[in-house]
Design a protein around this ligand. Sequence first.
Ligand code: HEC
Ligand code: HEC
Length: 173
Amino acid sequence: MSILRVTRSALLAAVLTTPLAASADKMPIPADAPAAFRAECGDCHMAFSPALLTAPDWRRVVGQLDQHYGDNVRIDEKTRGEIEAFLIRHASTRNERTWRRDRAAPPHRSDPPRLTGTPWFRREHREVPASLWRDTRVVSASNCPACHGRAEEGSFRKRELALPELQRRKEHH
Ligand code: HEC
Ligand code: HEC
């Protein structure tokens, strides 16, 4: 009986903690990041959390840094290898098929892949008005800190939304 009860409470705890664990509003850079990661991958844009792409997608990103979304990222091979291992170690484990399912229409289909093109990103942002992505304060969906005031710290909570129109939206909903 007591074993049963323990099992039940363990199950219940698992059920209760699952939504929390799946919550996407916290994505800090893991502490074991190689020293070069923030410097090399946070130079032109925010250093993106490894949890934003799957391992195969990260391999494609860091495997062609000379053709990096129109840029050429120069990093020595040893550092590149360390960064790749780190990204893969903490990559998203979301189901590959779900992750890729509707990455059909351009500009979402790209090589290297875009985290802003994943179904997950588009779902989380389905309420963002299309015009806002091209607003001069934002310029690109990859510019997370334009809208998320604490993005650099890996925090994406609703109440931290930076643009006034997003805050108004936040109060009314
Ligand atoms: C020389 C500048 C530069 C450096 C250094 C750089 N990037 Fe980028 N990165 C860019 C540009 C430009 C884009 C495209 C931005 C856009 O279109 O919004 C980009 C986009 C990305 C994207 C896709 C964002 C999206 O739209 O979903 C990822 C992922 C990425 N970079 C990862 C990295 C990683 C990992 C490193 C370090 C190895 C790195 N970047 C270093 C310039 C750079
Ligand atoms: C144009 C503004 C804008 C940009 C740019 C933007 N976001 Fe968002 N983001 C939003 C809004 C608005 C929401 C929805 C908040 C809500 O209703 O919960 C959101 C939601 C999220 C959530 C879900 C938060 C939660 O409560 O679960 C995450 C995670 C997130 N964004 C990450 C990112 C990342 C990473 C980037 C950059 C690659 C980014 N966002 C770029 C506006 C933006």
